[in-house]
Design a protein around this ligand. Structure first.
Ligand code: NAD
Ligand code: TDX
Length: 332
């Protein structure tokens, strides 16, 4: 049994991880989350109070972080500003949370000798050409494109430096695009599902040909738990489930599954610096830790996700209008 500090545990993937840990282990969880626009306390509803404690606070707040770290065996660090489009609008919160916040956690973990797992993204590697036969591996050089991915790359390098310079007991993981329940309506898949639910046509950036490598958030969680429990210290693991699809293929599938004409979408202004394609080779994770994804059928996983949004307008409705107003101001 470990006492795990989960940062960003009221966000999309962090909350999924907390639910996963409670269901699949006997660990105790303390969530530290600032409840920014992206955090939602309701995402942790129904979990046993004896095993999940919630603390509202900032990962860049040294006294708060130090006190929580002093009573943790491990920290799993999800908290981040996570949306590329926001980072193009105002990069500052990305530097504060993703860099200064991560630094604050690293120093506290060092002081209290706490096992650290850092959550990161495949975007640190930049993008691939649509027809490139290669995929990202742990050896791919860093080449981030956006303010978001640049700060995530910086946070990864801080963790590596703390391992090398201070002997911090840490692991890192870089995962591909996640989908599933409780994802903010600003992100691609929930935005399109909730648009259709409101009678609005889905919006594709540019030509819609960009490719993302989709994994269900629950498979991300099982991989992180495996790395936390059995991963080799100092190592990086790529997490992915062979889920490459073009954005237009995803939108057409959403429309089909929701009983609409698959061509009923609009092409809108492209994202500045839009990465063309991400693709993960997760061989190391599969071979060394024996991890396998449970959600192998994207169509089924997407259908279940659509069902979740249909049933939970109370969860996503309050954020929808402000999100769409932001996109409208950008012609997207
Ligand atoms: P999210 O935006 O849904 O959630 C982020 C959470 O962090 C929110 O609950 C927010 O309140 C909290 N937070 C933000 N700033 C904070 C601060 N200063 N102090 C404390 N809490 C703070 O993000 P997500 O999509 O769940 O992503 C979680 C992590 O996974 C991030 O590190 C992201 O880079 C990484 N990741 C995401 C994806 C993806 O597809 N979404 C893929 C790979 C990696
Ligand atoms: O309305 C849209 N239309 C559209 O075509 C939106 C919101 C997005 N897109 C495109 C942009 C991307 O090619 O869809 C793709 C996915 O977009 P996002 O959901 O914004 O994700 P992405 O930029 O790929 O980054 C995601 O995966 C890696 C997460 O948001 C990051 O936190 C993670 O690191």
């Amino acid at each position: 049994m470990m006492r795990i500090l989960v940062t960003g545990g009221a966000g999309f993937i962090g909350s999924n991880f907390v639910h996963h840990v409670i269901e699949h282990s006997d660990h105790h969880v303390t969530v530290l989350d600032k409840l920014t626009y992206a955090g939602n306390r309701a995402s942790l509803a129904g979990l046993p109070e004896s095993r999940v404690e919630f603390v509202q606070g900032d990962i860049a707040d040294h006294p708060v972080v130090d006190a929580l770290m002093s009573r943790a065996d491990a920290v799993v660090h999800f908290a981040a500003e996570s949306h590329n489009d926001n980072s193009l609008d105002d990069p500052r919160p990305f530097l504060e949370t993703n860099l200064i916040g991560t630094y604050t956690l690293l120093e506290a973990a060092r002081r209290h000798d706490v096992r650290f797992h850092h959550i990161s993204t495949d975007e640190v590697y930049g993008d691939l050409a649509l027809d490139d036969p290669d995929r990202f591996t742990e050896a791919t050089p860093y080449n981030p494109s956006s303010p978001y991915s640049a700060t995530k790359a910086g946070s990864d390098l801080l963790v590596r430096a703390w391992v090398r310079s201070f002997g911090l007991r840490a692991t890192l993981s870089n995962c591909s695009n996640n989908y599933g329940p409780r994802q903010h309506v600003e992100k691609f898949i929930p935005r399109q599902i909730t648009n259709v639910l409101r009678g609005v046509r889905p919006r594709l950036y540019g030509t819609g040909e960009n490719v993302r490598d989709w994994i269900h958030a629950d498979d991300h969680s099982s991989a992180v738990l495996a790395i936390l429990e059995r991963g080799a210290l100092g190592e990086t693991y790529l997490i992915g489930a062979d889920g490459e699809r073009s954005n237009v293929a995803v939108v057409r599938l959403i429309l089909e599954l929701m009983g609409q004409d698959p061509d009923a979408y609009d092409l809108v202004t492209d994202r500045a610096g839009h990465d063309r394609r991400y693709a993960i080779d997760a061989t190391k994770l599969r071979r060394e830790l024996g991890w396998e994804p449970r959600y192998r059928d994207f169509r089924d996983g997407l259908d279940a996700t659509i069902g979740w949004y249909r049933a939970h307008e109370d969860w996503w409705g309050p954020a929808k209008d402000a999100t769409e107003a932001f996109y409208a101001s950008r012609g997207q």
